[in-house]
Design a protein around this ligand. Structure first.
Ligand code: C2E
Ligand code: CA
Ligand code: CA
Length: 539
């Protein structure tokens, strides 16, 4: 198009010069009642061309500037021809006018370029921002180029902003951008998408996994920021989601969405550092989002209810107490099991609401029964590792005890050994505070984790719950039985009592009795039941 305009303008200018020369420099063209000198028409064409350039610069500064160059070249060429042919410098003022117009165009284009650059550049890190990223990725995909899009999430970055202040957050961002540049070492480009998210664009042929690994490793090295002259160490938990159009055909927006989905998957599953997108991930994330919505709805509309599963002293079949098990009842009457919604709730903070709900409801329901009876009796509640690792867990629990008036010594908290993986140290502190108030601690799903024996022996718990998976295999071999026997023996050594869960038949029960297991919980003596039936059982 630009070349066509150039050709037409050039032809018109040359035509004007030729006509003017033929007529001895005084050619006139009649338009209606008007007689216009050809030289004036020539000037008008050039001025109009520049008006077009200015208009185009406002829409697309690059094209506008290119058209300005064409118009200037046309004008200078015409002027040179006119001087040579007519041996007169009459066209010089017009050409000078063109040169001035051209420089005006140049200035405006430079200004536009600067503001466009500011628009697509992140002011803190100097990297291209989301707009710049989108611009490049759309252009690359349109021109058939292949590669990898990597979204990087910096877990814990918000803590820097919150604890130290935005100013320090900004210096950390500068350092992060520097490290990313160093780690990718020219094998790709880096972008600052938004908040604490960065992106990489790695062309086909490069080892995307290796580059991403290097970026993550460097970013996870402690970042030091100086606060009031004192160096503060900040640790980030970094993960990444990768999508590509090397193995599959993907549009630019699909590529970005897929990398985002993969990154969110990596954030949810904390053990995964790099997640490569595939359709299963998308389906799982969609399911989780749906489930998360459902849990929120359940909290708002009180879809939850509690079931209680009895626990018995093996010798004598006395009732020891109940384990509280949550259920969700949807408006259509269907029941959702905790196995479906608890893991999803644990990925967000919704688990805190659920644990609070269960604690309050169980304490309210069993308060009267517990106050009236002097007998040993336990109401056991499952608490997520995430909740017990919160600094305010013990305070929240004590507040519910005070509010409901439930006798603390009849409450038992079930946690798993994963709770003790908490690096911040809140868990042990919370557990110790709970024990000081007489609350019992049970170690759930015992025998499935990987905590070392020496560590296990030091855990501050009162009860070991042998996991159902061990009980399921109790009849299979002598080795399995020996293992369970050892667990029970070890529990007693730790000054703990031991309960077997998921006991389904008499044979398992008898074997456990022989092994000196203290308590039993399972379908053999009682399934989870509604509150009214649980109270009947107590009586
Ligand atoms: P868990 O704490 O290990 O609970 C025991 C699960 O085994 C319960 O499933 C119970 O119904 C089931 N069970 C008990 N005895 C038998 C048996 O003899 N045979 C069989 N086949 N199953 C038996 P449920 O209620 O579906 O709970 C599943 C998991 O959901 C629980 O495992 C616990 O981790 C979680 N959960 C349940 N309620 C809560 C809650 O209120 N808060 C939290 N944070 N988690 C909960
Ligand atoms: Ca449990
Ligand atoms: Ca269990």
């Amino acid at each position: 198009m630009l070349y066509l305009i150039f050709a037409v303008t050039f032809a018109l200018v040359i035509a004007c010069i030729m006509i003017n020369r033929q007529m001895g420099g005084s050619a006139l063209i009649d338009i209606g009642a008007l007689s216009i000198p050809v030289s004036a028409l020539n000037g008008c064409i050039q001025t109009l061309s520049f008006a077009g350039c200015f208009a185009l610069v406002l829409i697309d500064y690059k094209r506008g500037f290119r058209l300005a160059i064409i118009t200037l070249v046309t004008s200078i060429a015409g002027s040179v021809m006119a001087i040579v042919m007519s041996k007169s410098a009459a066209s010089l003022p017009g050409t000078l006018n063109c040169v001035i117009n051209f420089f005006s165009c140049l200035m405006i284009s430079i200004q536009f370029k600067k503001s466009k650059l500011a628009e697509i550049t992140d002011r803190i890190t100097g990297l291209k921002n989301r707009y710049g990223f989108e611009d490049i990725i759309f252009r690359r995909v349109r021109s058939g180029k292949k590669g990898y899009v990597v979204y990087i999430h910096l877990g814990g970055f918000l803590d820097i902003n919150t604890n130290l202040g935005r100013h320090y957050g900004d210096s950390a961002l500068v350092e992060i951008a520097r490290r990313i540049r160093v780690a990718i070492n020219g094998m790709g480009s880096a972008f600052k998408i938004e908040g604490a998210e960065f992106a990489l664009l790695i062309p086909e042929g490069q080892d995307c996994r290796k580059i991403t690994d290097a970026v993550i490793a460097y970013l996870e090295e402690p970042i030091i920021v100086e606060k009031d002259g004192i160096p503060v160490k900040c640790n980030l938990k970094v993960c990444a989601g990768v999508a590509n159009n090397v193995d599959v055909v993907a549009r630019a927006d699909t590529l970005m969405r897929n990398a985002d989905v993969a990154m969110n998957y990596a954030i949810r599953y904390e053990d995964k550092k790099i997640v490569e997108y595939d359709e299963n991930i998308r389906r799982e994330i969609l399911h989780q989002i749906e489930m998360e919505k459902l849990v929120k709805e359940a909290i708002e509309n009180d879809y939850f209810f509690l079931m209680y599963q009895p626990q018995f002293v093996i010798s004598g079949k006395y009732l020891r107490g109940f384990e509280t098990l949550i259920r969700m009842r949807l408006p259509d009457g269907s029941i959702v099991s905790p196995g479906e919604f608890i893991p999803v709730a644990e990925m967000s903070d919704l688990i805190i609401n659920i644990d609070q709900y269960v604690l309050r409801k169980a304490m309210l329901q069993f308060k009267q029964k517990c106050i009236e009876s002097d007998d040993f009796f336990v109401v056991s509640v499952n608490i997520s590792a995430k909740d017990v690792a919160m600094a305010d867990f013990a305070d929240r629990l004590f507040a519910i005890i005070d509010e409901t008036g439930f006798p603390a010594e009849k409450l038992e908290i079930e946690i798993t050994e994963y709770s003790f993986a908490d690096t911040m140290g809140n868990t042990v502190n919370n557990i110790n505070r709970l024990r000081e108030r007489g609350i019992m601690i049970a170690l759930d799903d015992f025998g499935t984790g990987y905590t070392s024996l020496s560590q296990l022996l030091n855990l501050p718990v009162n009860l070991l719950k042998i996991d159902k998976s061990l009980i399921d295999n109790i009849e299979d071999s002598e080795v399995n039985r020996d293992f369970i026997k050892t667990v029970i023996y070890m529990g007693h050594l730790m000054d703990c009592e031991v309960i077997a869960e998921g006991v389904e038949d008499d044979n398992q029960l008898n074997l456990l009795h022989e092994m000196a297991c203290d308590f039993v919980q399972g379908f053999v003596w009682g399934r989870p039941m509604e509150y009214d039936r649980a109270i009947e059982l107590c009586e």
